[in-house]
Ligand binder design. Sequence first.
Ligand code: SAM
Length: 315
Amino acid sequence: MQHPAPRSPIQWWELYIQIPERLSEVISAYWHDLGSTALVIHDTAILRPRHEACIATTPDASGWTVMQGAFPADAHLLGRVRALQTFLQSLCTDAAEATWYLYGRPLQDDAYLTQWRQFFQPVQIGQRLLICPPWETPPVVPPMARLILEPGLAFGTGSHPTTYLALVLLAQTLVEGTHRTVLDVGCGSGILSLAALQLGAQTALGVDLEEQAIAVAEHNATLNDLQHRARFVQGSWDVTEAQFDFLTANIYLGPLVNMIHSLAQRLAPPGTLVLSGILAFQEPTLRTALDTAQLTVVQQMTQDNWVALAVRHRV
Ligand SMILES: C[S@@+](CC[C@H](N)C(=O)[O-])C[C@H]1O[C@@H](n2cnc3c(N)ncnc32)[C@H](O)[C@@H]1O
């Protein structure tokens, strides 16, 4: 008779948190930053800690999300869990949201650590760009370029429509040799800056208000050996007064309208500015703002009610 293989010592803790759905993006960014592997979001779900299947999906859980992740069971485990707890406490301040839960247990089946990867498939942008996670980097044949990105942040891999649309317009309008310098406002994971470099730009400056975005973007630059051509700085368009050949800004309508004149000043003619993050019903407002900044639309893309525009100085 064969004996089962001895169980390996515990190496991972799995953690579950039940949080208000509206906070899932900011919490997943923070959690990823703390070093969690394999973040999975279960929508419309609640936690049932004493059950083996500790997540229940039920219509009663509307407005709640359960996030699942794992930390290595090392000397930093307790500190990381405490940091997550403190962060949750600081966010869930009103009474209705004060009932968040955190539940942890030793990870029994570490297949989970690789299974989650199936959610991150390569994203292809036409015939120009293939965006892959670090564990799946198929060779590409020019003119296709490859961009490796560490998933984890919600806006990170090109699968969100606003990022996807910006990437499509970027791939269609960036001209190698003409568009040499890039400013990426609201760079997040650095995806648009790094894509521009892979598509023929020479240098990129990415800016973001969030400190953790800068760290992730720098990490992604290194993954692609682009760290000498990409610079990421915490802040916004006003960190520089230089002009650039190509600009990208995938933010939301309000900030885009507020900064449109400053973006126009930083766009060296005949440069192109790609704007994304706009819902279809907001497009007229953006077009009015573009008009006042003497910018004109040269290309437009739409998906799932989102709109992205490529614009240039009016001649
Ligand atoms: C929708 S995400 C886009 C991230 C990435 N560029 C992409 O396309 O996936 C917007 C990013 O803009 C940043 N952001 C929001 N307002 C900003 C502002 N006024 N200046 C600079 N960054 C800003 C946010 O922190 C966030 O990382």
